[in-house]
Design a protein around this ligand. Sequence first.
Ligand code: FMN
Length: 382
Amino acid sequence: MMLYRLLFAAVFRRLDPERAHRLGFGAIRAAAAVPGGARALRSYCGPRDPALFVKALGLDFPGPFGLAAGFDKNAVGIDGLAALGFAFVEVGTVTARPQPGNPPPRLFRLPRDRALVNRMGFNNDGAQAVAARLTRWRERQRRRGLTPGAGSPIVGINLGKTKAAAETEAIADYETSARLLAPLADYLVVNVSSPNTPGLRDLQAVSVLRPLLLAVREAADRAAGRHVPLLVKIAPDLADQDIDAVADLAAEIGLDGIVATNTTIRRDGLVTAPERVEALGPGGLSGPVLRDRALDVLRRLRVRVGDELAIIGVGGITTAEDAAERLAAGATLLQGYTGFIYEGPFWARRIHRELSRRSRPAPGAGSRELDGPGRRKENVSR
Ligand SMILES: Cc1cc2nc3c(=O)[nH]c(=O)nc-3n(C[C@H](O)[C@H](O)[C@H](O)COP(=O)(O)O)c2cc1C
């Protein structure tokens, strides 16, 4: 950790954030590509405490903490990321058509807040190219006799709308991605909450969301020839009654889960000077500043949907304490992104180790801090 802090201050912080991302991710991929590299990393970093196992979405997760969407948009580094100790990796956002995203600069650090602002705009290779890459990856895993959760990382795929697709084409656009990618996904997420595609968040309105989710589920299950767990990812900026409406819809149509939350368009609660924040322009804010709202949204959802649905808690999780709090509030699984940038490559390992330590009763005490509504087996085994 100390070493990474020094490296961050001396090197990464001086680099353009997107360039630093490419360099850091390149190093992770290179380490995993060295013969025996991924295995060595996995044995050092991987979660292996049975107390941390989570059965959810019909899958066996080796731990609760995964990597959130946006880091590996094109599914190019799953092995390296999983080897660093993430219990699952959500790739994407992938859109039906390839697109370059917004013009750079589009990713900014707020180091005093340990936060990020991004307006990447779903830069990605498109569903066809990502499907081809994942097909080759799955084939390699199969040849090695690895299955999801048993040697092969669990991979979620996050789907978004192509920017050039009109609102009236939105459903068809998501369906195209679902058809191509569902056969390769352990679970799918319909992302209607990124702030960087004009009009996208309007799809969270239940009248639009219902036909969208039903159409994606139909296309996904038909293409995969099995039920592919389907979740929806929501924004922290929804009003409480809109959160309730999404929760009710999810329960009513038998969705498998909800990912809460994406980045926020709000800018309050930062210590960075407002002029500097404003000068960065629009985008989604992530990191610790998001924690309280993301936790509130999770609590609200859990009360509303009961024990049935899986909820993936994401937004501002930095420490194992944050993670434990989110689990106690009803999260089935957890994800993070921004902490990876500020805390370094062994962040997921640390979170799992610390959760593991907390799950062991202190000598003389009987309590298990990890217990929470989201970790009772009956509500996570859908
Ligand atoms: C640079 C960046 C790119 C992101 N791209 C995506 C994306 O493509 N799709 C998505 O659903 N979320 C995306 N996110 C949001 C994260 O998945 C996560 O929901 C959010 O950052 C809150 O978690 P955090 O505070 O741990 O970063 C992105 C976040 C960042 C910082």
